[in-house]
Design a protein around this ligand. Structure first.
Ligand SMILES: NC(=O)c1ccc[n+]([C@@H]2O[C@H](COP(=O)([O-])OP(=O)(O)OC[C@H]3O[C@@H](n4cnc5c(N)ncnc54)[C@H](OP(=O)(O)O)[C@@H]3O)[C@@H](O)[C@H]2O)c1
Length: 236
């Protein structure tokens, strides 16, 4: 394995975040997850945090730093959907999604950057979505929040790139988690028909890309958008 790192994943109690935590653990890293409820996988340190609350994130980072030392790899994964068509979308539907998916990533990265700047090393990974650049009817709020993460990673790259810090976006397509299980069967079938791979992916297929981009072999990759979508978003 490569260098052992201190890793923090937001929303690591279930879904893709949990799979990411498991993959880092399997590769021998020290892993912490934030959770609003429940626990991360065995072997990970679980700390309570809500990404819409900067103070709770600050306390979570402080607890992780006390246990492991500075966070070297941060994965901003926590996210929500509030899908509905534009004319039915309330301002709350819009701002709640932005507050969690976009401002939540900003709060997480800002707090993580303190230790990374001091260490002159860091790996920032933002979990976006294929719909950020592809677009999706009924997801004006969600796709806007996910597209914005691309601008964030690229600005972070320009601002922090000279300090040994990389910032990349991983853009999953259709992954089998609670988030997608909530979609109607008809919509799931439509998606499947439009994915060149002809199938959905497991969370671990995203997780293995995240651990690779955080690893020693990926130190010269920054500001990239890495699709894990079976070809769905090609060219976007
Ligand atoms: N599934 C997909 O097909 C897919 C595709 C593209 C991108 N993504 C992205 O991948 C990420 C993970 O998605 P998933 O499918 O694993 O979703 P999920 O199964 O619904 O899990 C979402 C995770 O985010 C956490 N979370 C939500 N709001 C939070 C908040 N305010 N503060 C702290 N944690 C919060 C949840 O915590 P609680 O358990 O406490 O609610 C949970 O751990 C999201 O950013 C999502 O947009 C998913």
């Amino acid at each position: 394995m490569g260098t052992e790192r201190n890793v923090l994943v937001t929303g690591g109690n279930r879904g893709i975040g949990r799979a990411i935590a498991e993959e880092f653990l399997a590769a021998g890293h020290r892993v912490a997850v934030t959770a609003r409820s429940g626990e991360g996988p065995a072997g990970a340190l679980t700390v309570r945090a809500d990404v819409t609350d900067a103070a709770s994130l600050d306390a979570a980072f402080t607890a992780v730093e006390a246990e492991y030392g500075p966070v070297e790899v941060v994965v901003a994964n926590a996210g929500i959907t509030r899908d509905t068509l534009l004319l039915r979308m309330s301002e709350d539907d819009f701002t709640e999604v932005i507050d969690t998916n976009l401002t939540g990533a900003f709060r997480t990265v800002k707090r993580a950057s303190k230790g990374m700047l001091k260490a002159r090393f860091g790996r920032i990974i933002l979990i976006s979505s294929v719909v950020g650049l592809y677009g999706s009817a009924g997801q004006v709020n969600y796709s806007a929040s996910k597209a914005a993460l691309v601008g964030m990673a690229r600005s972070l790259t320009r601002e922090l790139g000279g300090r040994g810090i990389t910032a990349n976006v991983v853009a999953p397509g259709f992954i089998e988690t609670d988030m997608t299980a909530a979609l109607p069967d008809e919509q799931q079938a439509q998606y499947k028909a439009s994915i060149p791979a002809g199938r959905f992916a497991s969370p671990s297929e995203v997780a293995r890309v995240v651990t690779w981009i955080a690893g020693d072999d990926a130190g010269y990759i920054s500001g990239a958008v890495i699709p894990v979508d079976g070809g769905l978003g090609m060219g976007h």
